[in-house]
Design a protein around this ligand. Structure first.
Ligand SMILES: Cc1cc2nc3c(=O)[nH]c(=O)nc-3n(C[C@H](O)[C@H](O)[C@H](O)COP(=O)(O)OP(=O)(O)OC[C@H]3O[C@@H](n4cnc5c(N)ncnc54)[C@H](O)[C@@H]3O)c2cc1C
Length: 381
């Protein structure tokens, strides 16, 4: 067993940290307050090469393996304090670019991937509906085939990046009576007649990542814009979620490292009763627990990325990583607030934002309850 990364991987992670600190951290407090997304920062991340990390060179990417990519994403989360922006970028990478890469036709990949990697097209993945949520395959959005088109009708809710999206992967059923077998995925361009999007929701956290509702009203999509074969929606969704769960929280691991360092610094320098609060065991215990959470979360992240890099199945490991990292970040964020006392609770000190952002991680890509169900299923229950 070898826990070392190569010098090239370490260099890439260092570069990601430096880039994030220099280009992504300005004005985050205000942007969070206003719920404002930054297209400029998105483009800067694309110029840095972030969006292209897991995409082959022929489409403008770097063709990095998953382990290298998550290691770089972890560095980004360490350097960048805007968890919302990173979530938005991750949603685009894992739930829009990767399914296109894995299931798209040559023409679809040539058409969409280069501008997505370059930061010119923003992608989304839309499955959730008011009546489905955790019961993801209870899709009621309809796709009726008419000659060389599919006509889509329905709506999708809580779709990350929807208000700024250029391309949407929409899951719809060609026949509700076929259940999961009726679900197909479609590539819908912004501006297609019959497509519209709400202005967005006022979220608790991840406020710099836009989220909205989309509406499809007799929205005609050419057959050539179906992603994969008819009825392949569930396979595409499962593969995409598997990849997403394995990678989307890499930035949270980096954020936990950033958070831990802040807490150590605070505990070593903030005095009460004539000594640094870190000398009180109930404070140092919290910090020790944060460190254990960080390292165990990191091990799960690397393990699932390594398995996938080897081309091995890792669905249970992906669910474990998603569940564990997201819940660890909630727990550590609570402790960070506690260590900073009243200052931790005030938005200006930018400690409490991590908690608000972390809670989202226990809901998107399947709630913690659903991850536990998946893990239990793999154990035969
Ligand atoms: C920040 C954020 C970003 C998102 N981005 C996207 C996106 O880009 N695209 C997209 O399609 N969707 C997205 N979603 C939607 C997300 O996937 C759903 O919110 C999530 O799957 C839960 O569905 P729901 O909200 O309908 O909750 P429900 O399914 O109604 O669940 C309510 C509660 O019941 C529990 N529950 C449900 N079923 C079970 C069960 N079988 N066993 C035990 N407990 C259960 C849940 O865990 C939860 O606690 C996003 C959500 C958030 C918060």
């Amino acid at each position: 067993m070898d826990f070392d990364f190569t010098p090239e991987q370490v260099e890439l992670r260092e570069a990601a940290i430096e880039f994030a600190r220099g280009a992504l951290n300005e004005g985050v407090y205000e942007a969070d307050k206003e719920g404002r997304f930054s297209r400029e920062k998105w483009r800067a991340a694309a110029r840095f090469g972030l969006l292209g990390l897991p995409i082959p060179e022929e489409y403008g990417g770097a063709g990095s393996d998953l382990l290298t990519t998550v290691y770089a994403m972890e560095g980004l989360g360490y350097g960048c304090c805007d968890n919302g922006l990173l979530f938005s970028l991750n949603a685009h990478m894992w739930s829009a670019q990767v399914p296109l890469l894995r299931f798209g036709s040559d023409e679809q990949k040539q058409h969409y991937l280069p501008p997505m990697v370059a930061g010119d097209l923003i992608g989304v993945h839309a499955i959730t509906e008011e009546g489905s949520g955790s019961d993801a395959f209870k899709v009621s959005c309809r796709a009726r085939r008419i000659d060389d088109r599919y006509v889509l009708n329905g709506s999708k809710i809580f779709i990350t990046n929807a208000p700024v999206a250029d391309l949407l992967i929409v899951f719809a059923t060609v026949n509700p009576e076929w259940g999961a077998d009726g679900i197909s995925a479609f590539l819908v361009d912004k501006g297609t007649p019959g497509f519209s999007v709400s202005s967005g929701f006022d979220k608790m956290g991840l406020r710099t990542a836009p989220i909205g509702e989309i509406f499809l009203d007799d929205c005609a999509v050419p057959v050539a814009r179906r992603l994969g074969p008819e009825g392949a929606g569930v396979a595409i969704f499962n593969s995409s979620l598997d990849h997403e769960r394995a990678s989307i929280l890499a930035a949270n691991v980096g954020a936990m490292q950033r958070q831990l360092e802040k807490c150590v610094e605070r505990a070593a320098s903030w005095e009460r009763f004539g000594k640094p609060i870190g000398k009180f065991q109930s404070i140092s215990n919290k910090i020790a627990d944060m460190k254990v959470r960080l390292e165990t979360a990191r091990l799960l992240l690397y393990k699932v990325a390594w398995l996938k890099t080897q081309g091995r199945r890792a669905s249970m490991e992906a669910a474990m990583a998603k569940l564990y990292i997201s819940e660890c970040m909630v727990e550590s964020s609570m402790q960070a607030i506690s260590i900073f006392g009243g200052y931790g609770y005030m938005k200006e000190y930018e400690i409490e934002r991590d908690l608000r952002d972390a809670i989202g991680g226990t809901i998107y890509s399947g709630t913690s309850d659903i991850q536990r169900l998946i893990i239990a299923k793999y154990l035969g229950l």
